[in-house]
Write a protein that binds this ligand. Structure first.
Ligand code: PRX
Length: 677
C-alpha cells in the first residue's frame, strides 16, 4: 500500500525526534474529589480478573434481568458480553434518574445565535419528550425493536431525544453526521436498509441558517436508485411551529414531527427490555475501501463500558456540568455526550455551532454561563483557538477541573497551552485514544492516579491491554524506541460486535492480521488490530503516531482516501485520482488531491473547482481538498500502480527519494515544479 509508506516515513521521523516529556501531576483538590483515587483499580481490572472485572461497569446500570454469561467467545471473534441479560439504554439514561433528580438539567442546549437563550431540559422534560416521540415512532412510523432508522441530524437537542426514543423501543439508530452530504446519507441509508429517515428543516452554522431539508431529498432519491426505498421522512423544526427551509415538502412522504407530536401529548411507552447483545446503534466509519463500514454497537456491553469510562476516566459526578464539544454525529458524541454522561445523571451541554462563532471567546462564555467544570474537545479546535488569540481564555472566568482531548495526536506545545491557558493550570488533562469501533476509551490516564505526559495518551485504561507488533508479528517492547502496529490483546464490552451485514470484512480488517489460530475460540488468539502505529515508552505510556492504512485523519475525523478518490472520479473529465495527506497547522492533516484528466480535456481552474465541489457534494465539506493538482500523468510503478508515496513527499515538501525505478520518472520533476509554484 503506497499510503502506508508515507505514514511510515513520518513515523520513523517522529520516532527519531521523539523526546520524552516531563510529567505533570494532578492537584490535591482534584484528587480529593475524584471518583477513582485508589490504585487497586488496576489490580481489579488485571487480566487475571478478566472478564469478571467488567461487571464493575455493568453494575453501574439497571438491568431488567441479570446476565448468565459475562463473556461468550463461542462465535470468535464476535465477542458477546453479558449474555442472557436484558437492559434498556433509554431507561438507564432517563427514567431511573427521575426518582431523585427529575428537576435536574439533563441537557443544556446552546443555540449558535448568541441572542437565543440556552434551553435547559430537565430529566423530567426529557422523559416526557422521549416518550412522546417513541409513541410517534411506534404508531405513526411503525418502527419496532430490531428495525433500523437513519438519522441525519445536526447538534440540537432533538438529536439525543431521537436517539433515546429509538433506544426506548429497541430500534437501531444510525446517525449520519449532520455535515455530511445527501449522497453520503444515501449510502448509509442503503447499507442500513432504513425505510425511515429522521432529519430537521434547518440549523445554524457560522451565523447562517442552513437548509438541511434539501439533503433529505437528495438522500432519499439516491437511496432509491441504490435499491432502498424510504417511505417516511420525519422532519423536526428548528423553531417549533415555524418553517426554516425553502425546500418544499413532499406529500405522503414528508411529515413535520412537531405537528405529529400534538397527537402524542403525554403518551408513555414502556422501555423494551432488550437482550444485552442486541444492537443499540450503527456508526459508519471510513475504511481502506470506498465503502464506509457500519460499526454495530451492542446495548448492554456498550452502555456498561461508556458509563464506566465516563465515571472513571472523565470523572463525571451527577453534580457536574459536562461539555464535550464534539458532534454527536461521531462516536465521541454518542458515547461521551449522550450515553455515558446521561447514564450517570450528569448535565450534558450541546452546542449547535462552531467554536469560533461569533468569535474565539464563545466557548469560554458558554463555559462561564453554565459553570461547566468538565470540558472535552479535539486538538484541531485547540490549535485553532490558540492561533486566533493565545491569551483570550485568560480573560474569562471559567474553571475546569478536568479536560479531555480526543481524535488525533496532540503536540506537546499545544498540550501545554491547553493545560496552562485554557485549564488555568488547575485542570487535569486526559488524552483519550480510541476509535469508532472501540465504543469507548482504549488508552488514557485514570486522572487522579496517573500523571499526565504531554503528547502521550497514557497506558491502557483499566481492563484494556495494548500490545505492539512489528510486521512479522513479534512484540515490540516498552522502551525499545521502535514503532509498530498497536493492537489490543483482550476483548472489552464497548467493542463493536461486527460490521453491519459484513462479518467477513470485520474479521479480515480487525482480527485476521495477528490471529494465532483462526479456528480458536480463545480470545487470547485474536488480538484486535487498531490500524494505528504507536510506540510504548519505558513507563508503559503510549505515543500514537497515526493511521497505518489509507485513512487520513482530518481534524480528528477519519476519511477514507479511497472514498475521496471515488468521489473525484464521479466528475466526468477525471481519469485518475490520488489523495495524499498533507501536514496542516490547525487540522493536523488535510487531503491534497492529484488528478489526471481524460484525453481531450484542458486543465483549468474552473475544472479544479468543479472537482473540489464534487467532493463536497459527495461526502461533505470536511473532505474538501486543500489543493486539486491537475497533472498530465501520475507517477507510476512499472506495474501501473500510482505512487502515492511520491505525491505525498511532493505535497509535504519532503525528499521524494529514489524514483528511478518508476515507469515515468520524468513526471516527478514536472509535478514538483507545479506544486512548488
Ligand atoms: O488514529 C487514531 C485517531 O483517530 C482514529 C479513530 O478515529 P475515529 O474512529 O473517527 O474516532 C475518533 C474519536 C475516538 C484512531 O485510530 N485518534 C483518536 N484519538 C486519538 C487519536 N490519535 C492520537 N491520540 C488520540 N488521543
Amino acid at each position: 500500500m503506497a499510503d502506508k509508506e508515507v505514514v511510515e516515513t513520518s513515523e520513523a521521523q517522529i520516532a527519531v525526534h521523539w523526546k520524552e516529556e516531563e510529567c505533570v501531576y494532578p492537584s490535591k483538590e482534584f484528587i480529593n474529589q475524584a471518583n477513582v483515587k485508589d490504585e487497586t483499580v488496576y489490580k481489579r481490572f488485571d487480566l487475571d480478573n478478566f472478564p469478571e472485572c467488567f461487571t464493575e461497569y455493568a453494575d453501574l446500570l439497571h438491568w431488567d434481568k441479570s446476565w448468565d454469561t459475562i463473556l461468550d467467545t463461542s462465535d470468535a471473534p464476535c465477542w458477546k458480553w453479558f449474555v442472557g441479560g436484558r437492559i434498556n439504554a433509554c431507561y438507564n439514561c432517563v427514567d431511573r434518574h427521575l426518582e431523585k433528580n427529575k428537576n435536574k438539567t439533563a441537557i443544556h442546549f446552546v443555540p449558535e445565535p448568541e441572542n437565543e437563550r440556552v434551553q435547559h431540559i430537565t430529566y423530567q422534560e426529557l422523559y416526557v419528550q422521549v416518550n412522546e416521540l417513541a409513541a410517534l415512532l411506534q404508531d405513526f412510523a411503525g418502527l419496532k425493536a430490531g428495525d433500523t432508522v437513519t438519522l441525519h441530524l445536526p447538534m440540537t437537542a432533538e438529536l439525543p431525544i431521537t436517539m433515546l426514543a429509538c433506544a426506548r423501543l429497541g430500534v437501531i439508530h444510525s446517525e449520519v453526521f449532520g455535515g455530511f452530504s445527501g449522497r453520503a446519507c444515501a449510502d448509509r441509508i442503503e447499507d442500513a436498509k432504513s425505510r425511515v429517515l429522521i432529519t430537521i428543516d434547518g440549523y445554524y452554522r457560522s451565523g447562517k441558517l442552513i437548509d438541511h431539508k434539501q439533503n433529505a431529498d437528495i438522500a432519499v432519491d439516491l437511496a432509491k436508485k441504490d435499491g432502498q426505498k424510504v417511505d417516511k421522512v420525519l422532519i423536526w423544526q428548528r423553531y417549533p411551529g415555524k418553517n426554516s427551509t425553502p425546500t418544499p415538502m413532499i406529500e405522503g412522504r414528508d411529515y413535520i414531527i412537531n405537528d405529529l407530536l400534538k397527537d402524542y401529548r403525554g403518551k408513555k411507552v414502556d422501555p423494551v427490555p432488550m437482550p444485552a447483545e442486541d444492537p443499540l446503534f450503527l456508526m459508519y466509519t471510513s475504511g481502506t475501501t470506498g465503502k464506509p463500514k457500519g460499526c454495530q454497537h451492542s446495548t448492554g456491553g456498550y452502555l456498561a463500558y461508556v458509563a464506566g469510562t465516563s465515571k472513571y476516566i472523565q470523572d463525571i459526578h451527577p453534580e457536574d456540568v459536562y461539555w464535550c464539544m464534539a458532534d454527536i454525529g461521531w462516536i465521541t458524541g454518542h458515547s461521551y455526550i449522550v450515553y455515558g454522561p446521561l447514564s450517570l445523571c450528569a448535565s450534558s451541554v450541546i452546542y449547535e455551532g462552531v467554536p469560533t462563532y461569533p468569535d474565539a471567546g464563545r466557548a469560554w462564555r458558554i463555559a462561564e454561563e453554565l459553570d461547566v467544570n468538565i470540558f472535552h474537545t479535539a486538538p484541531t479546535v485547540i490549535r485553532a483557538l490558540r492561533k486566533i488569540d493565545p491569551d483570550l481564555p485568560k480573560k474569562y472566568n471559567h474553571h475546569f477541573k478536568h479536560m479531555t482531548t480526543v481524535g488525533e495526536p496532540i503536540e506537546p506545545q499545544v498540550w501545554r497551552w491547553y493545560h496552562e491557558v485554557v485549564g488555568k493550570g488547575e485542570a487535569v488533562i486526559v488524552d483519550t485514544w480510541w476509535q469508532t469501533e472501540t465504543g469507548g476509551f482504549l488508552c488514557g490516564t485514570v486522572p487522579a492516579i496517573k500523571p499526565m505526559k504531554p503528547g502521550s495518551t497514557g497506558p491502557g485504561v483499566p481492563g484494556i491491554y495494548p500490545i505492539i507488533y512489528d510486521e512479522e508479528g513479534n512484540e515490540i517492547k516498552a522502551g525499545e524506541g521502535r514503532a509498530g502496529n498497536i493492537c489490543i490483546k483482550n476483548p472489552w464490552p464497548g467493542a463493536f460486535q461486527t460490521i453491519w451485514r459484513d462479518r467477513d470484512r470485520y474479521v479480515s480488517t480487525y482480527y485476521a492480521r495477528y490471529c494465532k489460530d483462526k479456528n480458536s475460540k480463545d480470545w487470547r488468539d485474536w488480538p484486535y488490530l487498531t490500524g494505528d502505529a504507536a510506540m510504548e515508552a519505558e513507563d508503559g505510556y503510549y505515543r500514537i503516531l497515526g493511521r497505518i492504512d489509507d485513512v487520513i485523519n482530518v481534524s480528528g475525523h477519519r476519511l477514507g482516501t479511497k472514498e475521496i478518490e471515488s468521489a473525484a472520479l464521479t466528475v466526468m473529465e477525471v481519469a485518475e485520482a490520488a489523495v495524499v495527506p498533507v501536514a496542516d497547522d490547525i487540522k493536523g492533516v488535510v487531503p491534497d488531491l492529484y488528478i489526471s484528466l481524460k484525453p481531450g480535456y484542458e486543465p483549468t481552474d474552473e475544472l479544479a473547482m468543479k472537482i473540489s465541489a464534487g467532493i463536497c457534494d459527495t461526502i461533505g465539506k470536511i473532505a474538501r481538498p486543500r489543493k486539486v493538482w491537475l497533472v498530465s500523468d501520475m507517477p507510476k510503478t512499472r506495474s501501473g500502480k500510482i505512487m502515492r508515496r511520491v505525491l505525498g513527499a511532493i505535497s509535504n515538501k519532503k525528499d521524494v527519494g529514489d524514483v528511478s525505478t518508476l515507469a515515468n520518472p520524468e513526471i516527478v520533476d514536472e509535478i514538483q515544479k507545479k506544486v512548488s509554484g
